[in-house]
Design a protein around this ligand. Sequence first.
Ligand code: HAM
Length: 413
Amino acid sequence: MSGRIQAPRGTYDVLGEQALARDALERRARAILERAGYERIETPAFEATELFARGVGESTDVVQKQMYTLQDSDGESITLRPEGTAPACRAYMEHGMHKRPQPVKLWYLSSFFRRERPQKGRFRQFWQVGIEAIGSDDPAVDAEAILLLAEILEAAGVRARLRISSLGMPLNRLRYRDELQRYLRDNAARLSDDVVARIDLNPLRAFDSEHPGTRAVMEGAPRLLDALDREDAAHFASVRELLDAAGLPYEVDTTLVRGLDYYTRTVFEFTSDDLGAQSGVGGGGRYDGLIEQLGGPPTPGIGWAAGVERILLAGSLAHDAAPPLDLFVACDEPALRSEAFRLAADARRAGHTARLELGGRSLKGQLRRADREDARYVAILRVDGTALRNMETKEQQEVERDTVIHHIARVDL
Ligand code: HAM
């Protein structure tokens, strides 16, 4: 006997209440983002592997361990998108969006794929709501982006803490990197093997480590924020000023590092204590070198993404119930099936919710079902006429069949 096939590890089906909650989140996010001039973008679920290798960075966990990569039959290597920033930048270049007024503001709510160990709030296929504002390095774009995520989280009932920092521009970061590498090498004996192995490739990730020895060493490590040059420091000061002016509380965290390589200048993360180990609800930052990295002209950009599952887990988004049923069309006369079918369709076209018996129940069974589904009205089609029953008052009256919609609409008012 062969076993039953189940959804792959780290994936899940979206059903019932969960589907309603997602709809509600999408509606809220759309309203908030469109008010700020963001337009929807949907990129393909898979891209050339090189886009992520070059965009996200060879040294990141995402590229090294988590990508679902496959060889297409024509020999091309393709990867299920692990994130949305590199694809949005690819689309920006491919469609000549630099010719439009800058910045171009894009938002998405899409599914992404990472081969991670599944746990609460961590999946192998997950959804992100995210934005990318490409083409301006104005600190106001940074502050606005952060405010928008704060607004969405608030609307979803998520209590989250905001941490921000600045990584500076690459040249300055290189100088700082040398200094940090020297410090890490001097203290290598107390660091985890993982961190030691990455001293050359990605020393900043040492700030991310949970390893007690590493954490102790990192307490005394030089901080990037103290090493920013004048321009980067002024940019960060402006972002902070605008957030202060907007009254958004935040904490400057000099140890904040993000798991993706493309960040420059502003980085930020919202975390929630209601999530357990996977406390990151959403985060992002500036990526002023990414488009160049991908073969385009120097173009600044900033964005964020937030996990839909984590927002729903940590939040308390009120969502509408399924719309109430206005009309149930009951009939157990085979000769009247098409009449019944048409009445239900006409009622829906007139804007009502209407359902028809499709399960082959007896008339009694149909009435029981209409009751269970909380139908407001039941139309009972017989050969010799049509009865309309008001399910609240239990009153029943004979009506002309083609006046049923008129009746349910009239009482509606
Ligand atoms: P990220 O921090 O890798 O950033 O992911 C953003 C959010 O996606 C996380 O805070 C988390 O809520 C959610 N997330 C990530 N991985 C998983 C997973 N395996 N299961 C469930 N949720 C997950 C990015 O992806 C960047 N592209 C954000 C960005 C946009 N930066 C600039 N623009």
